[in-house]
Design a binder for this molecule. Structure first.
Ligand code: MTE
Ligand code: LUZ
Ligand code: MOS
Length: 798
């Protein structure tokens, strides 16, 4: 248990168990089920008799004309009940989330290696998979030239959406006039979501042509929409339910649709329940992931490291379809500033269309990519100036009351970046350790240590305005127990726990008297994805609205019955204080029921004050900002390239925490996931065939418990929210992922020490052992006298 939580429990043991309220470090609502293996996920739902299993036949080539499918050969396979292709779709063959460019089963052309072309439905999952594995044999495809990289597509002007531009001031002129200039180009890898529970859908036909679909998805309403569309049905025919996911991380925001719609199509066609659970390799081959980026930057700066002007071109591989790429690029552009004031800036974003998987949402949604670029720039400026990167970061921080307007013209309100960083700098012993590490490195020829502090500012709200709405239902039974249902989904992040706490607070109920039930498109309708970290902000407010209405009705009734005023009635500890008396809540509920008072309510919430000019990319896209910072210390073996995180100190701003235990878990988890992205998770596609070669845990390495640092200090920054968010808390899901930057920068710092910090290490991201070794070699080569010109070039202004 985290020390902060332990000390809280020690100081106030009653609080954790007493009447629930917000601010209590309560365990996850399903923790006792998770650890006992008793929390059902979709594949644990008992199968209805007659259930069939689907498997997908995937394109074996990156691009080609689909001439024919030998359906007869497939139908002749053992256990095969049906084979479905695009021709079997009664409605629209499309699951594009924004742009309608995404066939569910390939039609006419195949557009990437791994694209689903047909579905085999069989009596057993294994038999379906065996038949589907014959894809290469049964597909007649005429190969076409494939475009496999963003650079190639960029050269051809081939994009999934038009380029995006955000300009403030005159970046060109500022760069030209600046005393110093930097021109740089670097790349950033993508990242697989690697949710532990893979994609899965189980479609069960119901009466009168309706369908119930159990789906592991962050976006039940979108699944309902796509399924209805594919089947040519109305939305009220399609019920999508999700009790919980074993992780989503953005990968189940739009891309659960292909699985949901194919399971539904098969169930609809055959009139039998159909389950589709691709195995991990197929999941990797079919779905997209975090967008890798390439950056071209030009910066003008002064002798103190102030950025005077910056122009950046961001190029990303969107993959074969648009999916959410336009919004991801929008967020990348709106997070390029990170914690820094950029007076003159020009940003250009290109979403390249290639013949690879379609990249999608992943924790941070482009924000980490944009912010990574400016952190890379600042680290380089610092080296060129011979200063500690922390000094240069600080020189560029957003101010308070001045230098506080973002490139998209939103004022940074509630800015705590300077005090937060100062607190972390002190608590982590940054300055002393900097000196200690320099001394240690001086006497250690092979092992080198590195240290870095990186800050985070992250804008909270969907950057597509209308998505910032939510609904909830609160049902109070006469025994004082409550059922809560809202539009958000539970993926391990603790959303249901937080929403239950909000309702508990509002009605003075104990936590055990509240259950949050499965997300269900037949209950709360027209919901947004649980994404953009807004789950508890939106659904917490909606549930609070519903609970408040019940409380007000009950208060009026109580005052009418026992005297006093409704405003003075208090609800706490399953009791009601009314006119000097304490009445058990159950007693009040029974009386209210007999008097025919409505004991349930709906609730609704819309984030106020947002506006956005999508073309100019100006306005107020975010309700508020969350802040944080991390200090990481690593050791690098300069002979093998291996690195290890020795110590991490995280300080993160969640406003007034709704649940410090869950928030600390999110901060630590986000940090480790960010570290994994930037240090060990490497994606490799075959340069000729376009096959993803890293398509399983055997070839794709995510962090494990062993990668957590021995010293891991995580604390929540003492703060509130300047915006009127749910109990003044702040969203926590995505922002801490950016804390992982500090690990990459610490590695770069360690490599930099090889050249006495005079040479910029050309360190790639992810900083795998190979990448570290390459960077060490490059620094060594540049540091030797023969390579003097290279060193001179990197040390001076361009
Ligand atoms: N935490 C866990 N355990 N599992 C997840 O899948 N997804 C992250 C984050 N934290 C995720 C998680 C992402 S991408 C988002 S957007 C938020 O949780 C979504 O939930 P919230 O809005 O309720 O924080
Ligand atoms: N915007 C955003 C979005 O900021 N985060 C998201 O997850 C998202 N999803 C769809 C559309 N816009
Ligand atoms: Mo999170 S990437 O917004 O699902």
């Amino acid at each position: 248990m985290n020390r902060a939580v332990e000390s809280f429990l020690a100081s106030d043991p009653a609080a954790a168990h007493s009447a629930a309220r917000v601010g209590v470090p309560r365990p996850h609502e399903s923790a006792h089920l998770h650890v006992a293996g008793a929390a059902p996920y979709v594949d644990d739902i008992p199968e209805v008799i007659g259930t069939l299993h689907a498997a997908l036949g995937l394109s074996p080539v990156a691009h080609g004309r689909l001439r024919a499918i030998d359906l007869e050969a497939l139908r002749a396979q053992p256990g095969v009940v049906a084979v479905l292709s695009a021709a079997d779709i009664p409605g629209a063959n499309d699951c594009g989330a924004i742009v309608h460019d995404e066939p569910i089963l390939a039609q006419g052309e195949v557009q990437y290696l791994g694209q689903p072309v047909f579905a085999v439905i069989a009596t057993e999952r294994e038999l379906a998979r065996r038949a589907a594995a014959l894809a290469r044999k049964v597909l007649d495809i005429e190969p076409l030239p494939a475009v496999l990289t963003a650079r190639e597509a960029h050269a051809l002007g081939q994009y999934v959406v038009p380029p995006a531009h955000l300009v403030r001031g005159d970046a060109r002129a500022a760069i030209e006039a600046a005393p110093r200039r930097l021109k740089d180009r670097f790349t950033l890898g993508g990242q697989e979501q690697f949710y532990l529970e893979g994609q899965i859908s189980y479609a069960v036909p119901q009466e009168d042509g309706t369908l119930k679909v159990h789906c592991s998805t962050q976006h039940p309403s979108e699944m309902q929409h796509v399924i209805a569309h594919v089947l040519g049905k109305l939305k009220h025919h399609v019920q999508v339910e999700c009790r919980r996911m074993g992780g989503g991380f953005g990968g189940k925001e739009s891309q659960s649709a292909v699985f949901a719609s194919i399971a539904s199509l098969a169930a609809f066609k055959l009139g039998r329940p159909v389950k589709l659970r691709p195995d991990r390799d197929d999941d990797f081959m079919i779905t997209g992931r975090r967008h890798g980026f390439e950056f071209d930057v030009e910066v003008g700066y002064d002798d103190e490291g102030h950025i005077l002007g910056v122009e950046v071109e961001m190029l990303t591989n969107a993959g074969w379809s648009a999916d959410l790429s336009a919004a991801v690029m929008g967020r990348a552009i709106c997070h390029f500033d990170n914690a820094y004031w950029l007076p003159h800036v020009a940003m250009h974003g290109y979403c390249a269309r290639t013949n690879t998987q379609s990249n999608t949402a992943f924790r941070g949604f482009g924000g980490p990519q944009g912010a990574y670029a400016i952190e890379h720039v600042i680290d380089t400026l610092a080296r060129r100036l011979g200063r500690d990167p922390l000094e240069v970061r600080r020189a560029n921080f957003y101010g308070v009351g001045e230098r506080d307007v973002t490139p998209y013209e939103q004022k940074v309100e509630g800015n705590v970046i300077a005090p937060l960083v100062a607190e972390l700098e002190a608590s982590s012993g940054y300055q002393a350790r900097r000196a200690e590490i320099a001394a240690w490195n001086a006497q250690s020829p092979v092992l080198k240590r590195g240290l870095a502090l990186t800050p985070v500012k992250f804008g909270i709200s969907f950057n597509v305005q209308h998505l910032n709405q939510a609904g909830a239902l609160v049902h109070l039974y006469t025994d004082g127990s409550a059922l809560v249902n809202h539009g958000g989904t539970e993926m391990g992040q603790g959303l249901n726990t937080k929403v239950a706490q909000v309702v508990a607070q509002e009605l003075g109920l104990s936590f055990s008297n509240i259950r949050v039930t499965a997300t269900d498109t037949f209950k709360v309708v027209n919901t947004s994805a649980t994404a953009a970290s807004t789950g508890s902000d939106l659904n917490g407010k909606a549930a609070q609205d519903a609970a408040r209405q019940i409380r007000e009705r009950l208060a009026a009734f109580a005052a009418g019955k026992w005297g006093g005023t409704a405003e003075d009635v208090r609800f706490a500890n399953d009791q009601v204080e009314v006119n000097g008396q304490s009445v058990p809540l159950q007693e009040l509920l029974l009386q209210a029921y007999l008097a025919r008072v409505q004991l349930w309510s709906d609730g609704f919430y819309v984030t106020p004050g947002l506006h956005w000019d999508a073309k100019a990319m100006k306005g107020r896209p975010f309700y508020y900002f969350a802040f944080g910072a991390a200090v990481s210390e690593v050791v690098v073996d300069t002979l093998t390239g291996e690195s290890r995180l020795l110590r991490a100190d995280l300080l993160h701003d969640v406003g007034k925490s709704l649940n410090p235990a869950i928030d600390l878990g999110q901060v630590e988890g986000g940090f480790i996931q960010g570290m994994g992205w930037l240090t060990m998770e490497e994606l490799v596609w075959h340069p000729k065939t376009g096959a993803l070669l890293t398509h399983a845990p055997s070839t794709y390495k995510i962090p494990t418990a062993n990668d957590a640092p021995a010293v891991f200090n995580t604390r929540l920054f003492d703060n509130s929210n300047v915006a009127d968010s749910i109990h003044r808390s702040k969203a926590v899901g995505e922002p801490p992922l950016l804390l992982g930057f500090s690990v990459w920068h610490a590695i770069r710092d360690a490599v930099s020490s090889v050249g006495e910090h005079r040479i910029d290490p050309p360190l790639r991201a992810p900083a795998t052992a190979e990448a570290v070794l390459d960077a060490v070699d490059a620094v060594r080569a540049a540091a030797t006298p023969a390579a003097e010109p290279a060193a001179a070039e990197t040390a001076g202004a361009v």
